[in-house]
Design a protein around this ligand. Sequence first.
Ligand code: THU
Length: 170
Amino acid sequence: MAIPTTNINGLKKQKIEIELEVFEALSKLPKDIQELMNKAQQARENAYAPYSHFRVGAALRLTSGKIVTGNNQENAAFPSGLCAERVAIFNAGANFPNETITDLAITVRAESHEVAEAIAPCGACRQSLAEYEQKQKTPIAIYFMGETGDIIKVASVMDLLPLGFDAKYL
Ligand code: THU
C-alpha cells in the first residue's frame, strides 16, 4: 500500500487511515450479506468450544454463489485448536481452490455473557486471510459482529492488517 508522507520541518510522518462502515442492525445489511451472516450464526452454534465457551462462526461467499462456513475447534492441548475464520478459509482453499471469495461474515457468542460489540478476527487469522486475498488478487469484504449490536464492514483484509508481511518479501 502506498502511504502518503508528510514532511514538516524535516520530520517525516506517515499516517494510515482505515474506513469502517457501521450497520446498526442486520436488516440494514444488503440481503446477500444478511444471508451470509445467518449462515455464520448457524455455524457458530456448531462450534466446539468446551474450554473457552466462546463460540465463533464464519461464512465465506464465493463468486459461484456457494457459501463455505467454519467455526472454532478447540483442543485440550490449547494451541492445537483453530479459530473459526481459519477453519472457514482453509475449508474454501481445500475444496474450492480456484474460486474467488467475495465476502466474509463473522459472529461470536459467549456462553457467560452477551457480546454486544463487533469482534474483529485475531492477528493470526488476519494473516491467513490476507494470504488468500493476495492469491486471488481481489479484496475480500469482511463483516463482523458480536452476538448482538452493530455490524462493522471493512472492504478488504488489508484494512485489518496494514504493514503486513507477504510473499513479495521472500
Ligand atoms: N477465536 C476465533 O475463533 N476467532 C478469533 O478471531 C479469535 C478467537 C476462538 C479461538 C478460541 O476457540 C476462542 O475463540 C477463545 O479464544
